[in-house]
Design a protein around this ligand. Structure first.
Ligand SMILES: *Cc1c(COP(=O)(O)O)cnc(C)c1O
Length: 355
């Protein structure tokens, strides 16, 4: 099992973080002439003339309550994409270390690695979209600093086997990032319960999916307090804007609404699986623990283009490994899903009449 204290890059250990005005005086009442803000007000009706809380104290307290994770294990970022980038910078020496990704998976891991000039070693998932543990073990070495495990996986939608992830946590020499962007739609529990047991574990979640807040860019990393301390050291001081902190707080105060959305989307997912399964040109629907389905069609490209013409947009994933002829379809509203099915049926009738 990797230890974060040993894995972190040396220059980060000794690096001194930027100290903002809001770090040096943390009281909330007083006359504030310390941050060169505009003391008179803002050019908007709501007031945004003050810098936001760099420590996200309100958000952390809320998240801690909801998730049962201590506040010193919580980091808020500008989307999950920010902690993905920051983790690469914490652990990977460019030109020397590497990360491991398991395609087909979320594209940002590879892009972030590229941006940081860190090699991305690919150990593809097997045809059933499960982890190839044997190859993984043959591949990893002391320069493998981060393994990205996306479960439920995007674009396939399935959960990755829990026992395999457990073995990885026990044996992988670097840090294990489990990306749980879709965990709310899953029947399985989160890995956050294992954070105390595994200091090498980092769990990513986000407000972008089940919480319905993709527009405000708020993501969460949960990890050992030492990793959180290091993330805090290197993040841009005010990485979550004031309105976004306020909106995230409003969202997190309304967990019942999130749960109701999840319930409705899961019902719609079940209905859509049944309906799609009856179409003669659907070859496969990957079992989904997320709010989308990966569906293999006969002639997927043509189906995709037809839908586009009808201004219904799905994602063509057919170029991804093991995803030949696959479209990724987000679960929509009841009406949107009915429209999708109507269009797919109309497409079939049109192709039959052409014969
Ligand atoms: C959508 C998604 C995210 C969310 O990213 P944000 O930057 O938080 O919006 C993270 N990981 C995966 C696998 C996703 O599909």
């Amino acid at each position: 099992m990797g230890s974060p204290q040993q894995l972190i890059r040396n220059h980060i250990k000794t690096l001194k973080a930027y100290s903002s005005a809001r770090d040096e005086y943390t009281g909330t009442l007083g006359i504030f002439l310390d941050a060169n803000e505009n003391s008179l007000g803002s050019s908007t009706s709501a007031l945004y003339n003050r810098y936001p809380d760099p420590h996200h104290a309100t958000l952390k307290a809320q998240w801690s309550e909801i998730k049962g994770v201590a506040t010193d294990r919580i980091f808020f970022g500008n989307g999950s994409d920010e902690p993905i980038d920051l983790l690469l910078r914490l652990f990977c020496e460019p030109g020397k270390d590497h990360v491991i990704t398991m395609p087909p998976t979320y594209g940002m891991y590879a892009v972030s690695a590229d941006i940081n000039a860190v090699e991305n070693v690919k150990v593809p998932l097997k045809y059933d979209f499960q982890i190839d543990l044997a190859t993984l073990k043959e591949t990893w070495n002391e320069n493998s600093k981060i393994l990205f495990v996306c479960s439920p996986n995007n674009p396939s939608g399935n959960l990755l086997d829990r026992k395999t992830i457990q073995t990885i946590l026990d044996e992988f020499p670097g840090m294990v990032v489990v990306d749980e962007a879709y965990i709310d739609f899953s029947s399985e529990e989160s890995w956050t319960d294992k954070l105390a047991e595994y200091p090498n574990l980092i769990v990513l979640q986000t407000l972008s999916k089940a919480w319905g807040m993709a527009g405000i860019r708020v993501g969460v990393a949960m990890a050992d307090p030492y990793v959180i301390e290091m993330l805090d050291k290197i993040k841009p001081p005010y990485n979550i804007s004031l309105p976004n902190q306020q909106l995230a707080t409003e969202a997190l105060s309304n967990e019942a609404k999130k749960n109701a959305y999840v319930e409705e989307l899961l019902e719609e997912r079940t209905k859509l699986i049944t309906a799609l399964g009856q179409l003669p040109n659907v070859r496969k629907i990957v079992p989904s623990d997320a709010n989308f389905l990966l569906v293999a069609f006969e002639g997927a490209k043509e189906v995709f283009n037809y839908l586009i013409e009808e201004t219904l947009i799905v994602r063509d994933r057919s170029s991804q490994l093991h995803c030949t002829d696959c479209l990724r379809i987000t679960i929509g509203t009841k009406e949107e899903n009915l429209e999708l099915m109507n269009l797919l049926k109309a497409y079939l009738e049109k192709s039959v009449s052409k014969l």
